[in-house]
Design a binder for this molecule. Sequence first.
Ligand SMILES: Cc1cc2nc3c(=O)[nH]c(=O)nc-3n(C[C@H](O)[C@H](O)[C@H](O)COP(=O)(O)O)c2cc1C
Length: 241
Amino acid sequence: MNILIHDLNNEQFQSLFPEINNDIYIISDTGTIRHCIGCFGCWIKTPGKCVLKDGYNNIGKILSKAGKVTIISRCFYGCYSPFVKNILDQSILRRIIQKGECYMKICIINGSPKASESTSELLIGYLIPFIKENEVITYNVCEMGFSKTQFSLIQHSDVLIFAFPLYIDSINSALLRFLIELEKRGFGNKNINVYCIINNGFYEGWQNHVAADIMQNWCKAAGLTYGQTLGSASCEPVQSS
Ligand SMILES: Cc1cc2nc3c(=O)[nH]c(=O)nc-3n(C[C@H](O)[C@H](O)[C@H](O)COP(=O)(O)O)c2cc1C
């Protein structure tokens, strides 16, 4: 399907397109559109569909079927017009639906107390290019207080990936606190697969096995599916090289 998004008035449209092909789906301004309120409802509550019932809430589904998209817009400060930008903001939904199917929603949780200066962060950076076609969000457990919405995004993911360091043959206390909190809050999606990337300072990756067992126990307690753990070793040298 070809799509035309425009902000022309009737007169301008008629003069530009006196005969319009029926194959083209036209998205124009009917005056009812409401701006994205950033609630992530299209992710959590009604996947792939905007929660605002303004007549445009199915835009994601329509854009997901697009072959060619043509945009005609006035230019404001180098940006689109507010109506066209409104439609494009909603196109985030297009990434959630593709051919009627959902992309995976992947939450990566960096459980290193060093957060962005950590080996965990480095390993996450290596991973992301392989999964970038999905909806990926990354959180630093030890750096931020989580909002209800952020918890909600974690609770409604398809996949959780925990990347964290080995601390005294185990997991660190900040991550442990976070895991307990997550279990207490529960999960909207019980089919979440959990994977771990655990890195340590000594020479063998197998040293992470106790921490991996703890994560497996947490999955059981939280009712989630434990996938696999990748144990990575000698990580301080990796980080500094
Ligand atoms: C408190 C503490 C305890 C640690 N315990 C271990 C350990 O038991 N075995 C090990 O191999 N490395 C241990 N390490 C080293 C870290 O696992 C290693 O430095 C890791 O690469 C840090 O990862 P990050 O940068 O993602 O936080 C420990 C480090 C700290 C600070």
